[in-house]
Design a protein around this ligand. Structure first.
Ligand code: TYM
Length: 337
């Protein structure tokens, strides 16, 4: 075998999800589905970003429960196959260690430009904590510590990834090659799934209107009900066009679940009303989620397995993360490292 092939490492993929609520179909179509598709071909590190969730001060018992459930969701998607690592962020403390270093290599001005910080600060005006501000720097640590080549995310995280790239380039410029400069990976379709009730806004976990989003653990009845209640327009023609954000969004979800193109969907629903179309969207979501939901229920009943797997994930993630952390610590001149 030629030397370059023997030594070439497989590209690494990394992404995390916050356990602030059950993931919705936006998280699923924009991110989780792509994680699963990449789990075979790449060396992947996937995780539950519980430290990020602290920025909105969740109830401790709720955070614990949701972190375990989010971990079970990742396992139910079979992300742990091969040599992949699935872990909970706080279980690998090296992430916080590198986070501090990176804080010192991020400018206040560039962190201030993050639009998600501005949005979240407005949303949580009574708790604009420093963690909310430095949130993207911890995210940069998550990514850079594992030398990720690709980061599958939805569009809302693109600016954070750009920041991670800038930090990596700055650090490498000062100290030589330490971090891989990561690329965002956005799916061709569904990187910004919209709210079912206000289709000009993204579907969001923090939306207080339960009809605005479909959780990946919703029952078939709830999925049908929410699809039927989705805001559309008065034209009654299923076509992808400007000014038809509600229909465009449902077409995106249907296309993502079935693999049909927009043209195909338009042909399939020519002469049919929105009622039939919405029922078909609901059916496609239900079918897409059915195997995952069954596996999730099975795993959640086995707490001992979840705890054991989390311990294994923590060890693997920490070991892997320490390689880069040790190198970065040495480079910046911390004595004895
Ligand atoms: P989080 O938990 O908000 O979202 C998880 C993933 O879902 C994507 N997403 C969407 N995609 C399409 N349409 C939507 N409406 C939609 N809403 C959310 C997000 O882009 C994300 O990919 N900060 C991250 C978690 C994180 C992380 C990381 C991600 C922590 N460290 C390192 C990547 C790499 C977050 O809050 O995602």
């Amino acid at each position: 075998m030629p030397e370059e092939i023997k030594t070439a490492r497989r590209k690494r993929v990394l992404s995390l999800i916050q356990p602030t609520a059950v993931p919705h179909i936006g998280n699923y179509i924009g991110a989780l589905r792509n994680w699963a598709a990449m789990a075979e071909e790449y060396d992947c590190v996937y995780g539950v970003a519980d430290l990020h969730a602290l920025t909105v001060r969740p109830e401790p018992a709720v955070l614990q429960k949701q972190s375990m459930e989010a971990f079970a969701i990742l396992l139910a998607l079979d992300l742990r196959r091969g040599n992949n690592i699935v872990f909970v962020q706080s279980h690998a403390p090296a992430h916080c260690q590198l986070n501090w270093l990176l804080n010192c290599y991020t400018q206040f001005g560039e962190a201030s430009r993050m639009t998600q910080f501005k949005d979240k600060a407005a949303e949580h005006a009574d708790n604009v904590n420093a963690g909310l501000f430095t949130y993207p720097i911890l995210m940069a640590a998550d990514i850079l510590i594992h030398q990720a080549d690709y980061v599958p995310i939805g569009e809302d995280q693109k600016q954070h990834l750009e920041l991670a790239r800038n930090i990596a380039e700055r650090f490498n410029g000062a100290y030589g090659q330490v971090f891989t400069v990561p690329e965002p990976f956005l799916g061709k379709i569904g990187s910004r799934v919209k709210s079912l009730q206000n289709p000009t806004q993204k579907m969001s976990k923090s939306d207080r209107n339960p009809k605005a989003s479909i959780s990946i653990l919703d029952t078939p009845e709830a999925i049908l009900k929410k699809c039927k209640a989705a805001v559309t327009d008065s034209e009654s023609i299923v076509r992808y066009a400007e000014g038809k954000e509600g229909i465009n969004n449902l077409m995106t979800v249907l296309a993502a679940c079935t693999g049909s193109s927009y043209e195909q969907i338009e042909r399939d629903f020519a002469g049919k009303g929105y009622g039939d179309f919405k029922a078909a969207v609901a059916e496609a979501i239900i079918e897409e989620l059915r195997p995952f939901q069954a596996e999730y229920k099975r795993l959640l009943a086995d707490k001992a397995y979840l705890e054991q797997t989390a311990r294994e994930g923590a060890e693997a993630a920490q070991r892997h993360a320490m390689r880069t952390t040790a190198k970065a610590m040495k480079k910046v001149g911390l004595w004895g490292t």
